[in-house]
Write a protein that binds this ligand. Structure first.
Ligand SMILES: [Fe+2]
Length: 373
């Protein structure tokens, strides 16, 4: 067999190519939109792409699955319940996809998403048992996938984790993320084993109730442009530009600069509506980072834009994204609304319906690649 892991530094995602060196048939799992790297490897190795599998509908990066499948005449595969607008081969729990002498066995492991599947890789010529499992965002290294991206279920995540941890110790685990916003506390290693995670994953030692409490105790801020990215991956929109793929330099201004700001500048608060409601700098308008790409037409291109959030992290990423898509006069407010409030400056409040739990920052530092969890 042949196996390769691709790590995408832009979003902390991992994708995989599995192939049979006997039949030269290949499968690609969770491809990124930058499909050229898969194209060149397939050509170099002389592999024919048979399957393209998305383990789930991704919300943090644009999938390259449809493009790859169309270009190579491969079958596009998703779990049978996946809600997308385009045709695909529906996979069922327990189903095995033949790939030369190899078998790819589908394991339904919902929680992060209802349609999430893991893929067991079996090479019967060596062993009837699986040697590896591609877990998407169910089991991560030292963590599990967040269930709060829409449609997720912490209790289902507990069931899925339990199911995966019943696999033999030696099974190598290759997750869909090594960093990024899909987890809260990933270790950073790109792979692990079932045995190691059973012993040392902090969530593996929790019973159902504390496990669910842990995953539900706070509401993480929704990631940048999640609505546009998810809609694109479902086939409901076409916004491949909604993913932050560059690292442009952005001016950062201090809280003191806000008082004397250009009267023509528009102050944009990119926190969740409920955070904005709790208290925002007077004059700020609210466009959550999650909806920024969908609402980009609301931003004037002929006025300075000052992006603000709670502490200055989300606003920096939002400003970088706006620079990427052509807004030149954009800056981020270092320290954010927290620094403004700490100086005793007045906050405006707004009546906003929403979850009253604490909103936590779990976005991922694009520059430097460190987890901010
Ligand atoms: Fe995910």
């Amino acid at each position: 067999m042949y196996f390769k892991q691709f790590l995408d530094e832009r979003c902390g995602c991992a994708s995989y190519l599995v192939a049979s060196r006997q039949s030269n048939e290949a499968a690609i799992v969770d491809p990124s939109i930058a499909v050229e790297e898969y194209d060149s490897l397939l050509a170099m190795r002389g592999f024919r792409l048979k399957y393209v599998i998305d383990t789930h509908i991704h919300a943090d990066h644009i999938s390259g699955a449809r493009r790859l499948a169309a270009e190579h005449g491969a079958e596009l595969c998703l779990y049978r319940d996946a809600e997308v607008t385009y045709p695909f081969r529906p996979l069922h729990d327990g189903e095995e996809l033949p790939l030369g002498q190899l078998r790819l066995r589908v394991l339904h492991t919902p929680g992060h998403r209802p349609e999430l599947i893991s893929i067991l890789v079996i090479n019967p010529e060596r062993s009837p048992e699986p040697s590896m499992v591609l877990t998407g965002d169910s089991l991560l290294v030292g963590d599990v996938g967040r269930p709060d991206f829409g449609g997720g279920d912490a209790s289902a995540q507990y069931e899925s984790l339990t199911r995966l941890l019943r696999l033999p110790d030696w099974v190598a685990v290759f997750p869909g993320h090594f960093e990024g916003p899909c987890g809260k506390g990933m270790c950073g290693r790109p792979s692990t084993t079932i045995g190691f995670e059973r012993l040392f994953n902090p969530l593996a030692r929790l019973d159902r109730v504390p496990f669910v409490d842990h995953l539900s105790e706070a509401v993480p801020a929704r990631p940048l442009n999640i609505t546009a990215i998810e809609a694109t991956n479902r086939g409901l929109a076409d916004r491949p530009w909604a993913m932050l793929t560059t690292n442009p330099k952005v001016q950062e201004i201090g809280i003191d600069d806000l008082d004397g700001r250009d009267p023509d500048a528009l102050l944009v608060d990119v926190r969740e509506p409920v955070e904005y409601g709790w208290g925002h700098v007077p004059g700020a308008v609210n466009i959550p980072q999650a909806d920024l790409a969908d609402r980009i037409e609301e931003l004037p291109r002929d006025r300075p834009l000052l992006m603000i959030c709670q502490g200055g992290f989300r606003s920096l990423r939002a400003a970088q994204f706006l620079k990427q898509v052509g807004f030149d006069n954009v800056a981020s407010v270092a320290g954010g609304a927290a620094a403004w409030a700490a100086l005793g400056k007045p906050l405006d409040r707004a009546d906003v319906d929403g979850d009253s739990r604490r909103i936590v920052e779990t976005e991922w530092a694009h520059a430097g690649g460190a987890s901010a969890a």
